[in-house]
Ligand binder design. Structure first.
Ligand code: ZN
Ligand code: ZN
Length: 280
């Protein structure tokens, strides 16, 4: 429309100025209208644009609102859950609170028991300590006793060793002396045999066959029948007042063997034999 009016204007370019003014006047309302239209159009366009933006924004708002609704729903649900949990917790708390006195009573009685147990244990440990001290003393005593015993044993062992040595020496000495004595007695026996061979049998008692001596139990005594025996044999054969000769059955009165006479002849023979042995 604008363009077409411009063409009209170009056609009337060579017209006089008055015409142009008149035309201007004529065209003024149209121009105004055009300007108005243009402004309206611009506004409409602007409105259209803002309407679009508004729509988009509305859409966005809707989305945001929906999101908010959803979020608030969720928040409500969570709140509900939290309330339930809270209730449960407060119930638990209440039951715990009511249990606390019972528990503390139980604990205090247990603590009392423990304390009495502890006291008992302390007493026991003290008793054990005393016992241990006594044992220690006894052990020390026993140790010192043992040491003393050990020393005594050592001393005894030394003495025993000494005694054994002495006994060994003595045994050796004795055996040596025994050998010497045996040799000596052997020599004497040989000598006696030699002498007996030279001088015949010595006069002996016919009952016990011991050789007569000048004195002692083998002294020759003569009976009333004339037979001679040693004093020992006669006193064995005697009753209180008499003795019977075993060869001829003749009785000799005696008073506890006191009134019998020595056979001096036999004594003389014995003496002569002894002097011969001594001379040799
Ligand atoms: Zn006789
Ligand atoms: Zn005799």
């Amino acid at each position: 429309m604008f363009r077409s009016k411009n063409k009209k204007k170009e056609k009337k370019i060579d017209e006089p100025e008055d015409d142009q003014e008149a035309l201007k006047l004529k065209l003024a309302p149209a121009r105004r209208q055009l300007a108005e239209e243009t402004g309206k159009n611009r506004k409409i366009m602007e409105n259209d644009r803002s309407n679009d933006e508004i729509l988009i924004l509305k859409e966005k708002l809707k989305t945001v609102t929906e999101m908010l609704d959803k979020g608030s729903q969720k928040i409500l649900e969570e709140n509900e859950k939290l309330r339930t949990i809270n209730n449960r917790l407060s119930e638990d708390l209440n039951s715990t609170r009511s249990a606390i006195p019972i528990l503390s009573q139980m604990h205090s009685s247990q603590v009392k028991d423990l304390i009495s147990d502890l006291d008992q244990a302390r007493l026991e440990s003290n008793r054990f300590k005393i016992w241990g001290d006594q044992l220690k003393i006894q052990l020390n005593d026993a140790n010192s006793d043992r040491n003393m015993t050990r020393r005594a044993n050592n001393k005894l062992a030394k003495q025993v060793r000494k005694l054994k040595d002495t006994r060994k020496e003595l045994v050796e000495d004795l055996s040596q002396k025994t050998v010497e004595l045996l040799n000596t007695s052997l020599q004497y026996e040989l000598r006696i045999r030699e002498l007996e061979e030279q001088h015949g049998e010595p006069p002996t008692c016919e009952i016990c066959e011991y050789p007569y001596s000048e004195d002692g139990p083998t002294v020759p005594m003569i009976l009333e029948c004339g037979h001679t025996f040693c004093r020992s044999c006669i006193s064995k054969m005697s009753t209180a007042y008499a003795v019977e000769c075993p060869l001829d059955r003749l009785s000799t009165d005696v008073y506890f063997g006191g009134n019998l006479k020595k056979n001096y002849l036999v004594c003389q023979i014995v003496r002569s034999r002894v002097s011969t042995v001594t001379d040799c």
